[in-house]
Write a protein that binds this ligand. Structure first.
Ligand code: SAH
Length: 262
C-alpha cells in the first residue's frame, strides 16, 4: 500500500495495516459474487481491495476529497466499484438500490461519528441486509449489551429495536496506522426481518428512551415524572422504582404505546 497521504485526525483516520485482521474481516463478511456491498470510509482501500474482487457491485463513500483521486487510481481497472465523495452522515443510502434488503454495509468507521452514523443507518434498514463495523470496543459493548447490565442504554435499545447485534472479534491498536488509543472490535448488525416489537409512534418511543436515560442513576419514576403518572406505571406493569437500565425494550415500547394512546 502506498502512503503519501498523512492520516487526518479530524476525519478519524486510522488506517488498517494488519493483513491478518483484514483477512479476518473479509472472512466474517464472506462476500459472494451476486452481492451489493457498501463501504463507508474506504480510506486508502485496505478493506476495499480484498472486497472488490469478490462481489458484483461495490459502492464506497469517502468524505476526504484528498483520498478520492488515489482511490480512482487504485481501482481504475475495476468496473464494479463506484466512488462517492460524500458525507456518510447525510448520505441517502436508498439511492444505491431498488431492491429491499439488498445492501451489505461495511466500514472501519471514524470513531467520533460512529453513534450518529449508526442512528442514520437505522433509517435505511429496509434496504440493508447486514452491517459490519469496526468500532471502539466500548461502543460494541454497548451495542450488544443485555438488559440489566451497566452497558445497557439508549444506544443498545435503539439499535436492538431494529437489529440483532453481535460482537465478532476484538482488534488491538497495533492493527492501525496511526494506532488509536482505544481497543477496537467488529460488530455485526442484522436488521430484523420483521420488527419483533413495534412502537406506534417511533419518535415518541425514541424520546422516551432518551429521557429515561438522561439521569441514569435516578429511578425511572423520577426521571420520567413529567411524562408518566403512577397509574400509567401500573398499567404498563412496570415497577417505577427501577433504574432505566433494568427495563427491557418491550417495557419502553409498551410504555410509549400506552402514553400515545391516551
Ligand atoms: N477503511 C480504511 C480507512 C478507515 S479510517 C481502513 O480500514 O484503512 C476512516 C475513514 O472514514 C477515513 O478514510 C475517513 O476519511 C473516512 N471518513 C471520515 N468521516 C467520514 C464521513 N462522514 N463520511 C464518509 N467517510 C468518512
Amino acid at each position: 500500500l502506498r502512503s503519501s497521504h498523512s492520516p487526518r485526525k479530524r476525519f478519524g483516520q486510522n488506517f488498517l495495516i494488519d493483513q491478518h485482521i483484514i483477512a479476518q474481516i473479509v472472512h466474517a463478511i464472506s462476500p459472494q459474487k451476486h452481492q451489493h456491498l457498501v463501504e463507508i470510509g474506504p480510506g486508502q482501500g485496505a478493506i476495499t481491495q480484498p472486497l472488490v474482487t469478490e462481489v458484483d457491485k461495490l459502492d464506497v463513500i469517502e468524505l476526504d476529497r484528498d483520498l478520492i483521486a488515489p482511490l480512482h487510481q487504485l481501482f481504475a481497472a475495476q468496473k464494479n466499484i463506484t466512488i462517492h465523495q460524500a458525507d456518510a452522515l447525510t448520505f441517502d443510502f436508498s439511492i444505491l438500490t431498488n431492491e429491499k434488503k439488498s445492501l451489505r454495509v461495511v466500514g472501519n468507521l471514524p470513531y467520533n461519528i460512529s453513534t450518529p452514523l449508526i442512528f442514520h443507518l437505522l433509517t435505511f434498514t429496509d434496504y440493508i441486509s447486514d452491517m459490519y463495523f469496526m468500532l471502539q470496543k466500548e461502543v460494541v459493548n454497548r451495542l450488544t449489551a443485555k438488559r440489566g447490565t451497566s452497558d445497557w442504554g439508549r444506544l443498545s435499545i435503539m439499535v436492538q429495536y431494529h437489529c440483532q447485534a453481535d460482537a465478532i472479534f476484538n482488534v488491538p491498536p497495533e492493527a492501525f496506522q496511526p494506532a488509536p488509543r482505544v481497543q477496537s472490535a467488529i460488530v455485526k448488525l442484522i436488521p430484523h426481518e420483521k420488527l419483533p416489537l413495534v412502537a406506534n409512534n417511533y419518535s415518541h418511543f425514541a424520546n422516551l428512551v432518551r429521557d429515561a436515560f438522561s439521569q441514569r442513576r435516578k429511578i425511572i419514576r423520577n426521571s420520567l415524572k413529567e411524562k408518566v403518572s403512577d397509574e400509567i406505571w401500573q398499567q404498563a406493569n412496570i415497577n417505577s422504582q427501577l433504574r432505566p437500565e433494568q427495563l427491557s425494550i418491550e417495557d419502553y415500547v409498551n410504555l410509549s404505546n400506552i402514553l400515545i394512546g391516551l
